[in-house]
Design a protein around this ligand. Structure first.
Ligand code: TYC
Length: 101
C-alpha cells in the first residue's frame, strides 16, 4: 500500500550510553618502598620505567597522583589488583578510584 508520502517516518531515537570513566588514583604513604611502587605501576598499568617513576614521585610529593582513566569496571579491577599486590608484601600502598567529571 502506498501513502504517497503522507505518513511521517520517524526513526526511533537511539540514545547511546557513554561509558562511565573512572580515574585510578595512587595514594602516598610513608612505608612502601619507592621501587615497589614503580614495580606495581609497570606491572599493572603497563607503564615504562620513566613514566612509572614520574607518577610515583608525583604521589610522593603531592599526596596523590592520577595513574590512568578507564571504564569503571576496569578501573576498579586494576586498583584492587594493584592494592592487593602491595598487601601480599605487607605494604600499605593504596590505589583508589573515582568518577571522572
Ligand atoms: N613515600 C614512599 C617512601 O618515601 C614512597 C611512595 C611513593 C609510597 C608513592 C606510595 O603512592 C606512593 N618510601
Amino acid at each position: 500500500m502506498s501513502d504517497a508520502g503522507t505518513t511521517p517516518r520517524l526513526k526511533p531515537e537511539v540514545k547511546t550510553q557513554r561509558p562511565r570513566l573512572h580515574k585510578v588514583i595512587l595514594v602516598n604513604d610513608d612505608y612502601t618502598p619507592r621501587e615497589f611502587v614503580v614495580l606495581v605501576l609497570k606491572g599493572e598499568f603497563r607503564m615504562s620505567e620513566d613514566e612509572a617513576h614520574r607518577v610515583m614521585i608525583t604521589a610522593h610529593t603531592r599526596g596523590v597522583c592520577v595513574v590512568a582513566v578507564y571504564v569503571q569496571e576496569i578501573a576498579e579491577t586494576k586498583a584492587t589488583r594493584a592494592t592487593e599486590a602491595a598487601r601480599s608484601k605487607g605494604y600499605p600502598l593504596l590505589f583508589t578510584t573515582e568518577p571522572e567529571e
